[in-house]
Ligand binder design. Structure first.
Ligand code: MIC
Ligand code: SF4
Length: 653
């Protein structure tokens, strides 16, 4: 049977498992890793706890992008910690102002056919280059930095067949927003979106990267495009090594389903506030008033994106009611825009140009006011995402943003004269803000650790039996932003679990923290797609810290489920069992290995099936992945000393 592109890369990297058939749990080798300033301090603390001298993957990069504006001193401490840890252990460090991790990674590092594991859910952006790029929690990334295997269930491969060519006013974002409208934020769970068809020849690499970036919003494990002549050209334009091999699926590759889209007929779209899949055609919603527009982020912060905006705003003025903020995705994009005069055009039109970085996307600055409507080229818009639950965020293309900026209301870009764009023959290459690990080899590195950077508690084996109390019951679609909000409240506390835990479920139930901290035996009940959205490991770490031992939900988002397991919190998937707030539940973890788990509350004992693999059960029994790795190491050492036969704890499995 033939293989798809993703399966070929999986097969080339497979170190555990016999096949790459969907559903199989396999282990793969990771070539590249990335982390950023919100997730990276934990990644490095976790890596440090493994006691190694140097990273073992080919390339690793730590980015300063989410809090690069350092509204709080704690963020500056985080940056210095990342910079010195990267230097000490052999990773690149991208300084503040260099831009958003995903934009830079596909410009400077991404490689067709290789694997990338990133502590950020939009890591799939590099799939636009034909790389198998997967978002994960910090602990999985720490293990990969150490040269460890990354485990995943081979996803179902969905073929997305594109034909035709986008017409003026319709953008790459409209392709993925149309898919989101059709399959929803749950439609990609357990799947991978693989693009093919004649239409992809008409999409540049940055356009493909927009699509693979926002594919994360479908819940898909990742998205990928073939590596073709355009990929090769892009690497040349970036003055990158030409060691490139074409990557195409086999003719008889098998797909779980096909989504066909004719680009000729697509229309500009907008996602209404609340969820990225609340997508409408612009003509259904035009005329609605808006207050603020933000253009940038890892979805639409590319040169093409902002250059088109400049061309649409040439000799025009931003409407008086609009605050237009533009943040280039990277310093390269910024320099291209300065060189071609776009910066002048945008400034004269009345736009505010800010430093490359995540900025408004994550509520670091430009937080919308009470009932203010903000139109953004970012990828997420659930309540609270922009830093306040009172703001309303809509998602749309740079073209829609430009048209709306001029008219002061949601507007159709097709009413503007068409703007042509072609990729430059060469991009400006200036890696001044990218520190290579080689520059530090001869120096002895002193790691700079601010007082807010708190070493993680040790993970210990968990008890087999416990009396736990349901302290929160929530509905469907709870995101990691609901579990632990990002933005001004917490962004500077990412290295301090004790402090950040105070904001757990802050916008959902302000009393959660007080309830949780009074007991060390807690349970949370969720609905469908629990933990969707970002890779934010902190959403699981704070549960661990607050004594949440189990989350029972109808279904889990992939990354959050793994994060819970890595943190020693049992994720139990159920459809029918429902407990109420205050119920006390016993759980005999020693029975978990039968494919069943017993949950009881006094009179009733429910035997329900679970989807935990043997490996996951072993991790859970050691209190999490770090405890498990420490345990494995001890077992190995003891074996070497010929003092131990088979490990007693594993006997129960
Ligand atoms: C996001 O877009 O939600 C973030 C902020 O980049 C997160 C990572 C984080 O919480 O730091 C993500 O996507 O994983
Ligand atoms: Fe940064 Fe926003 Fe992209 Fe997350 S989605 S990496 S916050 S730009």
């Amino acid at each position: 049977m033939g293989l798809s592109i993703a399966q070929k890369i999986l097969q080339n990297h497979q170190v555990v498992g016999d096949s790459v058939s969907p559903g199989e749990e396999i282990g793969i080798r990771i070539d590249q890793c990335l982390n950023q300033d919100s997730t990276g301090t934990m990644v490095w603390l976790e890596f440090e706890s493994l006691g190694l001298d140097r990273i073992s993957c080919d390339v690793a990069v730590s980015y300063n992008d989410h809090t690069s504006l350092s509204f709080k001193g704690e963020s500056s401490d985080d940056h210095l910690f990342l910079q010195t840890m990267a230097a000490k252990y052999g990773a690149f460090f991208s300084k503040g102002g260099n831009g958003v991790c995903h934009q830079i990674h596909y410009e400077r590092f991404g490689k067709p056919g290789e694997t990338l594991l990133g502590a950020d859910s939009h890591t799939p952006t590099c799939g636009g280059l034909g790389m198998l790029a997967i978002g994960a929690g910090g602990m999985d990334v720490a293990v990969a930095l150490a040269g460890g295997v990354f485990y995943l269930k081979v996803p179902n491969i969905i073929k997305v067949e594109l034909d035709g060519r986008l017409r003026w006013g319709v953008s790459a974002r409209d392709i993925i927003q149309t898919i989101l409208r059709d399959i929803s934020v749950k439609g990609g769970v357990g799947s991978l979106l693989e693009y093919s068809g004649e239409g992809i020849k008409n999409l540049t690499i940055p356009q493909r990267a927009t699509i693979t970036n926002m594919g994360a919003e479908t819940g898909a494990t990742t998205s990928i495009f073939p590596a073709d002549e355009l990929t090769k050209d892009f690497l040349r334009q970036q003055k990158r090594s030409p060691d490139y091999t074409e990557l195409q699926p086999d003719e008889d590759a098998c797909y779980s389903r096909t989504i066909s889209i004719n680009l000729n007929y697509l229309e500009p779209t907008v996602a209404l506030p609340g969820m990225p899949d609340k997508v409408k055609k612009i003509r259904e919603v035009e005329g609605r008033l808006i207050d603020q527009i933000f253009i940038g982020s890892c979805t639409n912060g590319g040169y093409q994106d902002i250059r088109i905006v400049a061309d649409m705003l040439r000799e025009k003025r931003v409407h008086p009611r609009i605050d237009l903020i533009i943040s280039p995705g990277s310093r390269q994009v910024q320099q291209m825009l300065i060189k071609d005069g776009s910066y002048d055009v945008l400034t004269q039109a009345g736009a505010r140009l800010i430093d490359p970085g995540c900025n408004a996307c994550i509520g670091v600055g430009f937080v919308p006011g009470y009932n203010h409507v903000s139109l953004r080229t970012v990828n997420r818009n659930w309540p609270g995402r922009g830093g306040s639950k009172h703001g309303k965020i809509m998602l749309g293309s740079p073209q829609i943003c430009a048209a709306s900026a001029v008219k002061g209301m949601l507007s159709d870009p097709r009413e503007f004269a068409p703007v042509e764009f072609s990729e430059p023959d060469e991009y400006i290459i200036d890696d001044t803000l990218l520190l290579s690990p080689d520059s530090f080899k001869s120096q002895s590195i002193e790691v700079r650790r601010g007082p807010n950077i708190v070493v993680l508690e040790q993970q210990n084996p968990i008890e087999r039996l416990f009396n736990a109390k349901v302290i929160l019951k929530v509905g469907d679609g709870i995101s990691t932003d609901d579990i632990l909000p990002a933005g001004p409240l917490t962004q500077h506390l990412r290295s301090n679990l004790g402090e950040i835990a105070k904001y757990a479920f802050f916008y959902v139930d302000e009393e959660f923290y007080n309830r949780a901290k009074n007991s060390q035996n807690n349970i949370v009940m969720g609905g469908e797609n629990y933990g969707q959205g970002s890779s934010r490991e902190h959403a699981a770490l704070v549960m661990w810290h607050l004594g949440v031992k189990m989350v029972i939900a109808k279904s889990f988002a992939r990354i959050h489920r793994s994060n819970l397991i890595n943190c020693g919190v049992l994720p139990v998937t159920h459809k029918s069992v429902s407990f109420n707030l205050g119920d006390v539940i016993d759980c005999d973890i020693s029975k978990v290995h039968d494919g069943k788990i017993n949950l009881g509350n006094g009179e009733n004992i429910y035997e329900i099936t679970h989807d935990l693999t043997d490996r996951e059960i072993k991790i859970l029994s050691q209190g999490g992945i770090l405890g498990y790795m420490r345990y494995e190491k001890e077992v190995e050492t003891q074996k070497e000393n010929s003092q131990l036969g088979s490990p007693e704890l594993f006997d129960m499995f």
